[in-house]
Design a protein around this ligand. Structure first.
Ligand code: BMA
Length: 318
């Protein structure tokens, strides 16, 4: 029997797992968290709006994946040090965490009057953090590093903005994690489909026996504003420039009251997931840009959706 997209993610019964009230410093929101295992903890790096409307990154820790304690101070705030200061002035947003070669690498959006660029930071312990620098020009968002080199190069999924082309998921390569190129488009929004307005990578790609599992967000424009949902795609395990399949249906849509109503209505948006045992994925998502929710799915179910009911990666859906 084929897995059905509806219900493929089992929501945690006590969502949301983090709200602004859980944060010991003033914030309006807590959402869009990168996630990783670090020792016996799950660490979330989340985006939080200050009253000004500008964002900072906060850190929360958990032993069980559902009960979190937030550190007393923000983890990363816009820097005053040049040259990055000029590019982080309006805030830092949407971090993704990738463990790679003994460190945790964090890609985040750096906002300024010059647009949105991606910056890279690294840490070994989530106590000290070192900024590496900017790794894209404007305008770029949603950068997720692969957790291993591919063909001798670092690889990432990214999502350039364009006034001309649809906002698509691309793949790029680098010799050093700083200089990127050889970019190719992988997955485009599908016209008149739930992800027709834009798509963007979510959690860093997850290696499975049948390929790299990509959880992405897709946006649909309505008369009532945009709706953000999550979808799944599979890339070839050896050559991730080849798309194996993009699931036709979404895997998660705003349904719970705190996903439907909040800072921005009708949003589920992910930056992170961790594996649980051999066969499950624990996904974290922002609900309505205001709270953090979690749920789990069988990795095989997600993979099967990509294989059995795919839509064209770059073209019209069936
Ligand atoms: C995107 C980003 C995300 C946010 C989403 C929905 O452009 O700003 O951080 O969750 O919009 O508002």
């Amino acid at each position: 029997m084929h897995a059905s997209a509806r219900g493929v993610i089992e929501r945690w019964k006590d969502n949301p797992v983090l709200t602004p009230d859980d944060v010991p410093y003033p914030v309006e929101t807590v959402h869009n968290a990168g996630a990783v295992r670090c020792g016996d903890e799950i660490v979330l790096l989340f985006r939080a709006h200050r009253r000004s409307g500008r964002s900072i990154l906060g850190l929360a820790r958990s032993r069980d994946g559902v009960t979190f304690t937030v550190d007393p101070e923000p983890w990363l705030v816009p820097t005053d040090d040049p040259p990055l200061a000029e590019y982080e002035r309006f805030g830092v947003e949407d971090p993704r965490i990738t463990p790679l070669e003994g460190a945790y690498w964090i890609t985040y959006s750096a906002y300024s009057r010059h647009g949105v660029r991606i910056a890279l930071a690294r840490t070994r312990d989530f106590r000290r953090v070192e900024r590496v620098g900017l790794v894209s020009q404007a305008d770029m968002r949603n950068v997720a590093l692969f957790p291993e080199k591919i063909g001798g190069r670092y690889a990432r999924l990214d999502r350039p903005h364009s006034g001309i082309a649809p906002w698509s998921i691309w793949i790029s390569f680098s010799p050093d994690l700083v200089h990127w190129g050889d970019s190719r488009r992988l997955i485009a929004p599908a016209p008149y489909h739930w992800d027709e307005m834009k798509v963007g990578p979510g959690a860093p790609p997850i290696r499975t026996p049948r390929g790299w599992l990509v959880i992405y967000h897709g946006v649909f424009e309505t008369m009532d504003g945009a709706v953000y949902r999550l979808g799944a795609a599979l890339l070839d395990p050896e050559d991730p420039t080849r798309v194996v399949g993009v699931a036709d249906d979404w895997i998660l849509a705003p349904e719970d009251p705190w996903e439907v109503t909040g800072y921005v209505h009708n949003v589920v948006f992910t930056c992170g997931a961790v594996t649980e045992g051999d066969d499950r994925l624990r996904l974290y998502w922002g609900g309505a840009d205001q709270v953090i929710c979690t749920g789990t799915a069988r990795i095989d179910d997600l993979v099967e959706l990509c294989l059995t009911r795919p839509r064209p990666a770059l073209g019209d859906p069936a």
